[in-house]
Design a protein around this ligand. Structure first.
Ligand code: BES
Ligand code: ZN
Length: 460
């Protein structure tokens, strides 16, 4: 596609209206984990359904599920050309803590050429780029160069519970040569990259209970095990001084990094000082013997995501709390299995928990880790598309986050996913002040349009 093709011109001319449309979507608080926002999640789904209709896709449908809907559309004009399935999610993480936002999370606000809103990058802004690229073809009267199917879900942030059965049930409708996903990050600013690995996840909750009520910490302290103390001790025992996770059997299935992989990792441009400065930390931390980049994507981890117990109000209250709890996630790497890890974790907590308290362990969602083959023609075409738009060579990297459905696409549909991330680390996903670069929104649309154009030739 030359830079003055009608498609690129359309994208340039429409970019402001594309932004406005994205902002309308960002105004909908589609928080999937919070049942009080169920209607909002539905509103976001309907918004996208209408959008897909409007831009000229076919078979547009909103599929209800036990929780949040799945939106589907397609346009498959070619018999002998590749079919891509574009996947994205329109649900978002809760915006709290609200007081740390500089502008309200569901009132998209532009500052420094970035739009600030929950979901701006993850994943409304990123996934919207593909819809706008398709629109550019169809609204300029240009047929799509490949067959396109679109699948948008509202449950990614809660582990895609209804999407897995959906893809199993609609295998035929979803048949494709590859899945295309923009829900990861680029390696750095102006440095596009293709992600070839994602970590998996096992998310657990531990609750420790002791006495049948909160007690006076003076009257009972010293005679009754304090659940807050007990859970702190349990947590402290989960990782040793070398940053190694102590859960029995945890590393049994971890594929070690090969020398070649480590060499590739060491070639990636990475500035540890800048990394620390951006995060406001004095020292990076993690498993000994691995670099920061390796620890961020190719090694498994264990983190407390939430911790509660006792008095949290102003001032001091002398109390020995009756219970304490923690939400703990473990990021997994090939070939760890989330079910197995959940089991090993449960067994280990039971083993180390003091007898003086009662411990309940619950499993939340999980997802398998994935690796994709970078020689796949779709990845090569995506690399070329990025290079044309960003005018620089792409890097190939693994990332630490999880998109659990990717492994299901691999298993159920038998196809690889191309992870064309458009985000940046500083987008602050899941944090206050999430944002997305408007320049990358624009370049992302162009990259998607280029990719569609280039793909048939790469398919051979
Ligand atoms: N978009 C992220 C995943 C991601 C972010 C991958 C950055 C690579 C780089 C996704 O929406 C997400 O946050 N997923 C959850 C999955 C979980 C809730 C099952 C995650 O990783 O915490
Ligand atoms: Zn996401």
């Amino acid at each position: 596609m030359s830079s003055i093709s009608p498609i690129q011109t359309y994208i340039d001319e429409q970019i402001e209206s594309f932004q406005e449309q994205l902002f309308d979507l960002l105004r909908i608080p589609s928080i999937s984990t919070d049942s009080s926002h169920k209607e909002d999640v539905m509103r976001a789904a309907k918004f996208l359904e209408e959008e897909l209709e409007r831009i000229g896709l076919e078979r547009v449908e909103l599929y209800k599920t036990p929780r949040h809907p799945i939106v589907y559309a397609e346009r498959c004009p070619h018999e002998n050309r590749p079919t891509i399935l574009i996947y994205g999610h329109y649900d978002v993480q809760p915006p709290d803590p609200l007081n740390l936002w500089d502008s309200p999370p569901f009132e998209p606000t532009i500052r420094n050429h970035r739009v600030y809103a929950r979901g701006a990058s993850d994943d409304k802004g990123q996934s919207f780029t593909h819809l706008k690229a398709i629109e550019a073809y169809l609204q300029t009267g240009t047929e799509l160069p490949v067959n396109v199917k679109i699948l948008l879900e509202g449950e990614e942030e809660i582990g895609s519970p209804n999407l897995v059965p959906f893809i199993k049930e609609h295998r035929e409708m979803l048949e494709c040569d590859m899945v295309v996903i923009s829900d990861t990050a680029m390696f750095g600013k102006n440095q596009p990259s293709l992600t070839y690995g994602l970590r998996g996840l096992a998310y657990m909750e531990v609750e420790v209970t002791g006495p049948n009520r909160d007690l006076h910490s003076g009257v009972y302290g010293g005679t009754v095990q304090n659940p807050a103390n007990a859970i702190s001790k349990i947590i402290a025992e989960l990782i040793d001084d070398n940053g190694v996770i102590t859960v029995d059997g945890f590393y049994d299935k971890v594929k070690p990094l090969t020398e070649k992989e480590r060499e590739e990792y060491s070639k990636l441009p990475f500035d540890e000082e800048e990394y620390k400065a951006k995060l406001g930390i004095v020292k990076t931390h993690g498993e000994k013997g691995y670099s920061t980049l390796e620890r961020a994507s190719a090694r498994p981890t264990l983190d407390v995501n939430g911790l509660w117990s006792g008095y949290q109000g102003e001032g001091a209250k002398t109390v020995l709390p009756a219970s304490a709890g923690a939400k703990i996630s473990m990021r997994l790497v090939p070939d760890q299995d989330p079910e197995e890890i959940a089991e090993l974790f449960t067994r280990y907590i039971r083993k180390i928990a003091p007898e003086s308290v009662n411990v309940e362990i619950q499993k939340h969602h999980g997802g398998r880790p994935v690796l994709v083959d970078i020689d796949f023609y779709g990845i090569q075409a995506a690399a070329k598309a990025f290079e044309k738009v960003y005018d620089t060579e792409v890097l190939f990297s693994r990332e630490g986050g999880s998109i659990p459905i990717v492994s299901d696409f691999q298993e159920v549909l038998g196809v690889p996913s191309i992870l064309m991330g458009l985000g940046l680390k500083e987008d602050a996903l899941h944090s206050p002040n999430e944002s997305f670069s408007l320049e990358d929104f624009h370049r992302g649309i162009k990259t998607s349009a280029e990719f569609l154009q280039l793909l048939p030739a790469y398919a051979g």
